[in-house]
Write a protein that binds this ligand. Structure first.
Ligand code: IYR
Length: 254
């Protein structure tokens, strides 16, 4: 039987909306079912090999690749389409040295002066991180992803952004996937606190550092913790009927 599509009671966009704001037809590519499965399996296999190395080569990486990864990440959905992200990229030895020095200073306090409590340090024990962050100087590129807490318009007015952390978090994931897909490695790094990045990179007060990405080729032979990922049955739950408690409260909508 050929599939018949549903008829919507509330079509989108309503004519009044389209009269005031431009719309265009979605450019959606559909694949035959067999090809969908193949693509799914290939992407899953590709992504399952992604890891976060802690030693990078100093081999140069062309700027074009970094630009492509940033363009890809910037396709992320965002609250009210505000695109509240700024990717601050550097391959400058002086800038990377300054970032390393400031990051190591903060981490020295975390690790050696116990700003991270025992529980946190125990959680990190299998990874074996410490306050040395040489990779920040050695990796050919550092990209710091800033969240734009609000927008500063050319006239000086400010405009609120929405779901900033969610939006920037999604963009970060897409950035990591884009880098991995092109054959580059990155380490999701959040030296804490990160405010020094605002200063070292000279960013305005409406931006806040979200995560830092040293990017490059992994150092040949680098080791990573022998971690396993949670199997599907530990990360996926299927729900087949509304939970009774929510039915009683009548909050099973929206
Ligand atoms: N910011 C510190 C500590 C750290 C915290 C977590 I959670 C990690 O997964 C890894 C490190 C550091 O970068 O060393």
């Amino acid at each position: 039987m050929p599939h018949t599509e549903p008829i919507y009671e509330h079509p989108y966009p309503p004519a009044e909306l389209e009269a005031r704001h431009p719309f265009r037809e979605l450019d959606f590519v559909e694949y035959p079912p067999g090809e969908m499965s193949e693509r799914a399996a290939a992407f899953e296999a590709l992504m399952s090999r992604r890891r976060s190395p802690r030693l990078f080569s100093d081999r140069p990486v062309p700027r074009e690749l970094i630009e492509s990864a940033i363009r890809t990440a910037a396709t992320a959905p965002s609250g009210a389409h505000r695109q509240p992200w700024r990717f601050v990229a550097t391959e400058s030895a002086a800038v990377k040295a300054a970032i390393r020095a400031a990051a190591e200073e903060e981490e020295r306090v975390n690790y050696l002066e116990s700003r991270m409590n025992d529980e946190w340090q125990e959680a990190l024990a299998p990874i074996g991180t410490d306050h040395h962050k040489e990779f920040l100087q050695i990796a050919p590129w550092i990209v710091v992803l800033f969240e734009e807490r609000f927008e500063r318009r050319p006239d000086g007015e400010t405009r609120k952004n929405y779901y900033v952390k969610e939006s920037v978090g999604i963009a970060a994931g897409m950035f990591i996937a884009a880098l991995h897909n092109m054959g580059l490695a990155t380490l999701t790094h959040t030296p804490s606190p990160m405010v020094f990045l605002t200063r070292v990179l000279g960013r305005p007060d409406n931006e806040r550092p979200f995560v830092m990405f040293p990017i490059g080729y992994p150092l040949p032979g680098v080791k990573v913790p022998d971690f396993a990922r949670k199997p599907l049955d530990q990360v996926m739950v299927t729900v087949t009927e509304p939970h009774s408690a929510s039915l009683e409260r009548g909050d099973d909508h929206g």
